[in-house]
Design a protein around this ligand. Structure first.
Ligand SMILES: O=C(O)CCCC[C@@H]1SC[C@@H]2NC(=O)N[C@@H]21
Length: 251
């Protein structure tokens, strides 16, 4: 079977992100590391990330991204995932949501997670490895996660094959990087991005608790702002713009 030259197929590997980090010198902008058998996936906040058979696990290599854009990259990648799925299956529009800073949800359950990692902090332009785990045709029914996660096959009669997901996603991410490079580093995000993310914001108007380092903060989610921060209205009425954080509760 012929594969495009950007596809780095691994029959099995512990983690596509780790493999990409270890083989970065031989990888180019736009390369995609893919395996159908990831044995030790990594998630946000150092967590183990389980991928039963049928979860699409891939890492996208993006070169020369201006460093100031890193803090909101995962949210924009989440938007790219949502828009790619909406293009495949218009029935999913309005049902897909972005949970800041790195998740895609469908019908109130997690569909995909994103782990963006940078190999070094040496200069102002950096390489980013964007790892995406997307529940394509995975059965979680025998796992502890079954009521919190969802897989595409549960809502689509025809599930897109792996290449029909990877190829448009890769194009969307290359386009995203090209657009981010055009933005001056301190410039606000484009209206389209902010609006599109906020229309699909899972945390909007919810009471959320965010962990930032050792500090925990509670407030109401207000959505992404023009600088790419996530706005939180604190109990005293002030609004704080978050650049990073782990959502530990919401209701
Ligand atoms: O939800 C999260 O915490 C992020 C999960 C990211 C999982 C993907 S699967 C492909 C890539 N390789 C990894 O080890 N992690 C990411």
């Amino acid at each position: 079977m012929n594969h495009p030259d950007w596809l780095r197929l691994r029959p099995t590997c512990p983690s596509t992100n780790t493999w990409a980090l270890e083989h970065l010198a031989g990888l180019s902008h736009g390369d995609v590391v893919f395996t159908s058998h990831q044995t030790a996936g990594r998630g946000q906040w150092g967590r183990h990330w389980m991928a039963p058979e049928g979860v699409l696990t891939a890492s996208f290599i993006l070169r020369d991204l201006p460093r100031p854009h890193l803090s909101y990259l995962s949210v924009l990648v989440g938007l790219a995932v949502v828009q790619m799925l909406e293009a495949h299956a218009p029935s999913l529009a309005q049902r897909l949501q972005i949970k800041w800073p790195n998740d895609v949800w469908l019908d109130g359950r997690k569909l995909a997670g994103i782990l963006s990692e940078t190999p070094s902090h040496r200069d102002n332009q950096t390489t980013v490895i964007v790892g995406i785990g997307l529940n394509r045709q995975a059965d979680f029914s025998q796992t502890a996660l079954h009521d919190r996660v969802i897989s595409l096959h549960e809502v689509l009669s025809v599930v897109p094959d792996v290449m029909s997901l990877l190829a448009p996603l890769r194009s969307a991410l290359l386009q995203l990087v090209a657009e981010l490079k055009q933005l001056p580093s301190a410039a606000p995000l484009t209206t389209n991005w902010v609006r599109a993310v906020n229309q699909r914001d899972l945390l909007r108007d919810r009471t959320i608790t965010v962990k930032i380092g050792v500090e925990e903060m509670m407030g109401i989610g207000l959505g992404l702002d023009w600088q790419g921060g996530y706005q939180l209205r604190l109990p005293d009425g002030t609004v704080r713009s978050l650049r990073a954080g782990q959502i530990i509760r919401w209701h």
